[in-house]
Structures are given as structure tokens and as C-alpha cells.
Design a protein around this ligand. Sequence first.
Ligand SMILES: *Cc1c(COP(=O)(O)O)cnc(C)c1O
Length: 397
Amino acid sequence: MSTSHDTNFVHAARGGLAHTPGIDLSTTYRIDQLEVGAQSLHEQAHGGQPVETPVYARLYNPTVRKFEEALASAEGAEDAVAYASGMAAITALFMDASTRGKQIIAIRPLYGGTDHLLSCGLLNMEVRYVNVGELAEAITPETALIFVETPANPTLKLVDIRAVVEAANGVPVAVDNTFATPVLQNPIALGAQYVVHSATKFIGGHGDALGGVVATSTARAASLRQIRIATGAVMHPIGGYMLHRGLQTLPLRVRAAQKNARELASLLEQHPSIHKVYYPGHKNAPIPEGQMRGPGCVLAMEVRGGYRAAAHIMANVNLITPAVSLGSVDTLIQHPAGLTHQIVDEQAKQSSGITPSLLRLSVGIESIEDLWRDLKQAIERAHHIRAPEQQDTAPLP
Ligand SMILES: *Cc1c(COP(=O)(O)O)cnc(C)c1O
């Protein structure tokens, strides 16, 4: 029976006798017939699925597999491969690219960890940063992957996925879909070859499970699975169980938080202490035609008063948690330049708008009245500290 996108989130890969999938914690599996075990090992070493016995938990785990099937269904992909964290998934994607060519092209801004991995030399690949307009010309026969994030962390900058795919001219395109979630955006339907998630964020949704996942075609998934076996960056089965459960309520959580985020974006816009609000679809950030089904649950703001005011707002919230990460049912606030994007090159920070006065807010599902009351008092307390004009140019300590 073909069912709707929302129904799939609730039911995908949950078959079996029990109402909920079990958690299989075994690290190794019985091999009653050597030939069958050897065949299973052979299949998996080539990126395939086990035959009768998983053999060993670094090769396959049935609980994690269920999460992968459900995520692939949510993204409209043939297959998915889960990893220990979002960064482990992204590392696998880049390692896989390195077998096809020497260059990766990326569009900034990116999550600080991704930017660092690309820039620090660890990959031993050439990395070029371009904007969409420069992409087609930057491609060489060595270009193995084009990597984008939209909405991007932390400024919510939007990249037109269809335009990237067109300019890519056949080079595989990977989209980090962590901010939009599969509820609001499905990059594969827009022509991308890979979708990657930090499942730690919205998919888990409760701040208690680390994980990453790449959704792609069956053939591309096979080589990503081989890399996972080789590097051992496996997702723990308890994580797999929790992230699979997280998918069931993802559409509800995203819509509830998005309603709050929309409201906060417009309230913040009108507040005299807020210089600028970054939110998809807001002001100068039109959503590319047909790309997203909603603006999402994360926003960023430039506060008047520079670094000191931003730091004070973060220190003055009560209900809202001052912490990195995002996508949880509770609201989090953090300072990208000082925290999540500290590691990013100074010049790249500047050109991407990651300034000392930028705060990022991951909006949760609390009551909007409580959220606004808390944020407003934090902003107003911060602005009693010193006259805003004196601090606009204050640098990071
Ligand atoms: C957090 C994050 C990552 C990294 O994921 P981890 O699970 O922390 O390794 C990658 N991309 C984006 C957009 C993120 O927000």
C-alpha cells in the first residue's frame, strides 16, 4: 500500500511481530555453516547486505539497519548508511570522493566541523570554495564531489539545489539537510546524489543520541558501507533505535517548532536591540521555488552591542538553554563565532557573516509566550550593561 510522507515517518521499517523494533546488542553472530558465513562476509565486504548471518557488529546491525531503511524512505532515497555521528558520515562521503578524484568543491558557510575537515589538510585533497555562480567554471576532471549545506549553519543562507545540480554537470552533489530535515526538504528529488544528516539534531530531537546518516542510491550506498566497515565509524544500536523512534514524531516536532520560530523571527525583527534576523523566506532570503515546504526551526540574529551584548544575552536566558547543538524539543541559544564556528578561518567567518554579534537560536516546542518572555528579558538585561554604540565594534576577546 502506498502511503503519505507523514504516514511513512510513523511506519517505515517497523514491521515484525512486536509493536516496536527490538534492540540487538550482540557484537558477534553465530556462524552455523562456514560456507554461509564466508558468503555473508564476502557480500558485506563488497558493500552488500548480509546473507543469513551478520557475522560481526562492525559489518551490520539489524537495529541500525531499520533506522537506515526508515530514513531512506523519508528522503525518497533507495538506501541509507548510518554512522556514529554526522561528522563520521561526512568523513565517509569525503573519503569516498577521494577514490574518484582529487578535488572537492564546497559552498560556504558550512557547519564549523565540516569546514574544518575540508580546510585542515587531513583529507589530502584540493578543496575549493565558490558561490553558485562560480561553480560551473570551477569544475575540473578531478572534481569528485560538490558539497553544500542549505539552510546553512549558522546564517541560514539558502543555496538553490537545482541550480547547483545543473552547474555540477554530472559531478555528484551532496546536500547537508540537517537544518531542513526530510520533513521540509528532499534534495534527492531536486537532483542531488547524496543527502547527509547529523541525526544528532532534529531526527533524534531530544538531545540524547549522536548519529549521522547518508541517503543515496543503492550503488553509492555500497561503497559508503565499505568505508564504514573499514573505518569502524558505526552507529551504536541503542542510537539506531532512538533515532528510528525520533523519525516517528519528526513531522509533528518540526511543524510545532517552526510555528514558534516564525513567530520569534517576526518579534525579533521588531525589537530595537536586534539589528538583523536571518530566517529562510524572511526579508532578503527568498526560498528557491519548490525547494522547501517551510522555513524550519532555526534562526540567527545580529544583536546591537556586538560581542558583549551577544555574550550577555546567552548568559541571561533562563528557560532557553545556552548550549551548542540544535534540533531538540527545547530551545537552545549559542554564539557561532565563539563556539560552533570558532575553528573556521577568520576571513571565511567574515565573508560568511559569522560576526561577533551573531547568535543562533534553535527553536523548540515550548509555549511561544514563555519563549518570547525569556528571550526579551535576556535581550533587555544585556542592553542595560552599556550603551550599544560603544560596543558595536568590540572584537572577540
Ligand atoms: C551538527 C552538525 C553536523 C555534525 O554532526 P555531529 O552529529 O555533531 O557529528 C554536520 N552538519 C550540520 C549542519 C550540523 O549542524
